[in-house]
Design a protein around this ligand. Structure first.
Ligand SMILES: [Zn+2]
Length: 118
């Protein structure tokens, strides 16, 4: 199962944060404000190549690649919670299976998905 750890701006040490997949880069200060407004989250994802730093769009694209068209479960780790989430590749819907927001089914808004991760 894929583990994705939320990167909190206050704990990120460098001046700028960059997605390894798409290159999306923000100064830490800007990331902090986008993060607080639920517009953007970066994650550390463990895969075969080790720890990758990627943005939430690339996380979903990665899940889609891993899914082979079937729903796929993944884990999001935040400071206080651990969520088991099911991802539906055909429409990018997510469903929280365990942890906070259990059973909450999300309709295509990435903002809402980001909002539900504390
Ligand atoms: Zn990206």
């Amino acid at each position: 199962m894929l583990f994705a750890e939320i990167i909190h701006p206050k704990k990120f040490k460098r001046k700028a944060i960059k997605c390894k997949e798409c290159g999306l880069t923000y100064p830490k200060k800007e990331y902090s404000s986008l993060f607080s407004n639920y517009k953007l989250k970066y994650f550390y994802v463990k895969d075969m190549d080790g720890n990758q730093l990627i943005c939430h769009n690339c996380l979903f694209d990665l899940l889609k690649r891993l899914s082979f068209g079937e729903p796929v479960k993944f884990v999001v780790v935040s400071e206080e919670h651990e969520y088991i989430i099911e991802f539906y590749p055909e429409n990018y819907l997510t469903e929280f299976l365990e942890g906070e927001n259990e059973g909450y089914k999300e309709e295509d808004s990435m903002d809402d998905f980001l909002r539900d991760l504390e």
